[in-house]
Design a protein. Structure first.
Length: 417
């Protein structure tokens, strides 16, 4: 029986990998589940634990787990987990226990998983479901197109090209033969935006909403995610929004790599959907690898974090924070449906985790909050909480605000939930 190595950060994406494992098992394949998560204990039991992966790299998982964001924490942990996972998967392959690889990830996980996949032989099926396919953005648009690297030009058949093309054809055959049509059981669908540095808060909101009977769909705020969400709202596929992470506004305004275009944060308001907005990670300006940061941002007075080898984050200034507050309020002031803003006064993401988060800037954040309050339409509630965005109590407040909107909408005689 062929074996698929299924690899991912099970601490944050455990449910998704369990679902894929069940699909693979139902297709008659054996599965080895490998955990590369370093943030917390996973909700599932892998075949290869994160501790074993770390040990294969000569490291301790406890030493890799970080409570403070920074270039010397996350990037170091990712590099170690990539080395360890590569060693383990190579061993599995040598033992005849790795006939294909599959994983799903955001930016950090994609860095690790793609690194392991690159160490595997040509022709072995490797499929990465990633939110970070920016280099092929023109091909993807906002649709779930799978891109397979052809390696050679597509100009003739030979023992290499036929191997790759056969994998492509069989992948499509598998997708078609295993297709099931589901409608989600008729539950209302709520869109949520997320970054790695807002993940704990988002997962808490997601849990609360799902307990209340909603389906949720999470978008990675890397440009393509925001564009996809706005389009799905306009297509009538989304019933409500918890916009927990809006750094795409920052990248769009200041020239970062994760801009989502000028229409970001407009569709829900235009269509009158209930929306709760949190300025998660709005102080974060994103670029590619460290060497790609533009000179005007790569100056001593700027704070920089190497989030992973492919993303370098730059802290915005006080004047930029004020500009972003005006942009945000300008978009929200045009909303035609129920809209609320919640402000986490003790940090907009894990980069601002007290007491020593690297992006803490009390004056810049205070200026942002003050300008947002000043320019926001008076009838848009703006609630403040003396908590970090990832604190469970703050996330619960966000979820409850949305649920209150939904109950009020449902109870109106003319409402159409």
């Amino acid at each position: 029986m062929p074996t698929v190595v299924l690899i991912g950060t099970l601490d944050t994406k455990g449910r998704e990998h369990l679902f894929m494992r069940d699909c693979l098992l139902a297709a008659g394949l054996d599965v080895v589940l490998v955990d590369i998560g370093v943030l917390a204990e996973p909700p599932v039991s892998p075949d290869v634990t994160a501790a074993e992966v770390a040990a294969a790299a000569g490291a301790s998982l406890d030493a890799l787990r970080f409570t403070r964001e920074g270039s010397d924490t996350r990037a170091v942990a990712l590099a170690a987990m990539e080395r360890g996972a590569t060693s383990i998967v190579r061993r599995l392959h040598a033992q005849g226990r790795c006939d294909a690889m599959l994983g799903a990830a955001g930016s950090g996980g994609s860095t690790v998983i793609s690194g392991v996949m690159r160490a595997m032989p040509l022709g072995m099926p490797k499929l990465l479901v990633s939110t970070m396919a920016a280099s092929a953005a023109a091909f993807f648009g906002t649709r779930d197109i799978t891109i397979m690297h052809s390696v050679t030009d597509i100009a003739g058949l030979n023992r290499v090209s036929t191997m790759i093309l056969r994998n492509a054809a069989l992948a499509v055959a598998g997708m078609v033969n295993g297709r099931e049509l589901t409608d989600g059981g008729g539950k209302p669908l709520v869109a949520i935006t997320m970054f790695g540095v807002t993940t704990p808060g988002v997962l808490r909101v997601q849990e609360r909403l799902e307990q209340a009977g909603f389906d949720t769909i999470v978008f990675h705020a890397v440009g393509s995610g925001g564009r996809a969400m706005e389009q799905m709202i306009d297509d009538g596929l989304i019933d409500g929004v918890v916009d927990y992470t809006i750094s795409e506004l920052t990248d769009e305004h200041l020239g970062g790599v994760f801009g989502a275009g000028p229409d970001r944060l407009t569709a829900a308001g235009r269509r009158g959907l209930p929306q709760v907005v949190v300025p998660g990670a709005i102080e974060v300006l994103n670029f590619g690898p460290r060497a790609t940061v533009p000179r005007r941002f790569d100056v001593p007075e700027r704070r920089l974090i190497v989030h992973n080898p492919h993303v370098c984050a730059v802290r915005t200034t006080q004047s930029e924070a004020v500009e972003l507050a005006r942009i945000l309020s300008g978009k929200l002031n045009r909303a035609t449906g129920p809209t609320a803003v919640l402000l986490p006064l003790q940090g907009l993401d894990s980069y601002q985790q007290r007491p020593d988060g690297p992006f803490i800037d009390e004056e810049a954040d205070a200026a942002f909050f003050a300008e947002l309050r000043r320019t926001l339409r008076p009838n848009i509630p703006c609630r403040e909480e003396p908590l970090n965005i990832n604190h469970p109590v703050f996330a619960d407040a966000v979820a409850e605000t949305f649920l209150t909107f939904w109950r009020e909408r449902r109870d109106r005689p003319e409402a159409k939930p």
